[in-house]
Design a protein around this ligand. Structure first.
Ligand code: G3P
Ligand code: CA
Length: 257
């Protein structure tokens, strides 16, 4: 049986500023099996790893990612909000710079070439506004990089996943669900999607969902699982992967179960 896979949510984002190179490096060094990231398109067509529509929460800038060019994002500090209570002795640009998906793919390649393979789970954000451009650029970038390790694409939007599969039928897709819609209670997913991505709330309230989805032939990847009680629940239910902000602690807990 495949062991439960631990996916680092926005990197090791409990310890380092989310979506920075430092957070992803730490997740890999901590032993995470996979990395999760959100991608958004800049005004000049670059995919960057940012969760929110605006940069206000995680940087010293303001405004929507979609209205800013990469050169403008590159002038912002994406680390200090997290480090506010700490005074690092040396400045680490890997904790402070905006991360492009291109750079993250190169990081994954560097580790794979060094004998430390790690999988990637990429979530498309604002897919409606850009009417397919996020998915188009994503598929292009993945084709350019041809990573030797598995990559899958996640979204709350079935339409976004459909666009990805239309352009790249070989890419596995994960349908994210915040709440369990009645039509999916029996474990079915939107047509063509292979993996279920329920919130931990769904798994707490409907633990039987895990077995329904697996019986329907789908892996189950649960997010965001930080509480040790939820980790234990997911392990007991036999989910296939859990997505967490604290991969080191979760891996340690799982090794003791
Ligand atoms: O991994 C899925 C999870 O990241 C979805 O929620 O808001 O953190 O992107 P969010
Ligand atoms: Ca996400």
């Amino acid at each position: 049986m495949r062991p439960l896979s631990v996916i680092a949510h926005r990197g090791a984002s409990e310890d380092a500023p989310e979506h920075t190179l430092a957070a992803y490096r730490k997740a890999i060094e901590d032993g995470a099996h996979a990395l999760e990231c959100d991608v958004r398109l800049t005004a000049d067509g670059h995919l960057v790893c940012v969760h929110d529509r605006r940069v206000n929460r995680v940087s010293n800038g303001r405004g929507a990612v979609s209205t800013l060019e990469l050169s403008e994002l590159a002038t912002l500090d994406f680390g200090s909000w997290k480090d506010a209570d700490e005074q690092p002795e040396t400045e680490d640009p890997e904790r402070a710079s905006v991360l492009t998906l291109d750079r993250l793919l190169r990081l994954v390649r560097e580790y794979a070439d060094a004998g430390r393979p790690v999988e990637l789970a990429i979530e498309t954000k604002h897919p409606t506004r850009w009417a397919g451009q996020v998915e188009e650029r994503l598929v292009e970038l993945l084709a350019e990089h041809r990573l030797p390790t598995p990559v899958r694409v996640m979204s709350f939007s079935a339409r976004s996943l459909h666009r990805v599969r239309a352009a790249a039928p070989h890419l596995p897709t994960v349908y994210l669900m915040q709440f369990l819609l009645p039509r999916y209670r029996d474990g079915r997913l939107p047509v063509g999607v292979g993996i279920a991505g329920p919130s931990v709330r769904i798994v707490r309230n409907h633990p039987e969902y895990v077995i329904h989805a697996q019986r329907a032939g789908h892996q189950v990847h649960v997010w965001t699982v930080d509480d040790p009680i939820d980790v234990e629940l997911c392990a007991r239910l036999g989910v296939d992967a859990l997505i967490t902000n604290r991969p080191q602690q979760v891996l340690s807990q799982l090794s003791d179960l």
